[in-house]
Write a protein that binds this ligand. Structure first.
Ligand code: ZN
Ligand code: ZN
Length: 231
């Protein structure tokens, strides 16, 4: 099978022992993007055109702050807020013929702020990249027997289970899709029921009548459930 830049990270994630190979890919991608967003390259104004426009969500700006790269972080923020301030007050200075103009302006400013609030350079880059990864996973599943075998042993968090469903609907023909769907559903059911059983056993262990040992996976059930089901 022809190698792509996605093949190696996919094979690595599917060979590792993690609760969801796509979460493993996502976490690495996210960390690389956070580091790059406060890296030396961001000192160049040209590299900040996209971040000026999109800005960052709270989660990612906090991750960027935790890298302690104060100057690149401040430069990224400096030019991003310049763009926000300019956009907001340019809207105010547009001449209006009628008195209702100011309410209309206020609504436009509010819409612009909503747009910035819902946009993040890191989130949107991850979303595009994860879509490419999912397409490559489906392609590898179709073309590579060894990978198909690896895939059949894996399950995914609900969020990435949905991503694979959507991508397979789009990219596989009926025959391939039917096979893929059965494997994905069987593994998901088994994995999700196990999570339910683990957290139930953990909850029950607080009962004073509980005696004995917790099964493997039960002590970490709460974290696993958060990782798999909260998105
Ligand atoms: Zn996942
Ligand atoms: Zn974000």
């Amino acid at each position: 099978m022809k190698e792509s830049i996605y093949t190696i990270p996919i094979n690595e994630a599917f060979s590792s022992d993690c609760h969801c190979p796509l979460c493993a890919i996502h976490n690495k991608l996210e960390n690389d993007l956070v580091e790059a967003s406060v890296g030396a390259a961001m000192m160049e104004p040209d590299r900040r055109i996209e971040t000026n426009e999109k800005g960052f969500c709270k989660k990612h700006i906090e991750q960027m702050s935790s890298k302690k790269q104060v100057l690149p972080l401040s430069l990224v923020l400096q030019t991003h807020i310049r763009q926000q301030i300019d956009t907001i007050f340019k809207m105010q200075s547009k001449p209006r013929m009628f008195s209702k103009g100011k309410k209309e302006t206020a609504q436009k400013i509010s819409q612009y702020i909503d747009g910035v609030k819902n946009s993040c350079y890191i989130c949107s880059t991850i979303e595009t990249q994860m879509q490419r990864y999912a397409e490559n996973i489906i392609y590898m599943w179709k073309k590579d027997e060894e990978f198909k075998n690896k895939f059949s042993k894996k399950s995914f968090c609900v969020n990435h289970f949905k991503l694979l469903l959507d991508t397979a609907v789009k990219d596989l023909n009926e025959n391939h899709f039917n096979l893929f769907f059965d494997v994905l559903m069987d593994n998901a059911r088994e994995s999700y029921e196990k999570s339910y059983n683990d957290i139930t056993e953990f909850v029950n262990s607080f009962d004073y009548r509980f005696k004995g040992e917790l099964s493997p996976g039960t002590k970490t059930a709460t974290k696993t459930v958060i990782d798999k089901f909260i998105y």
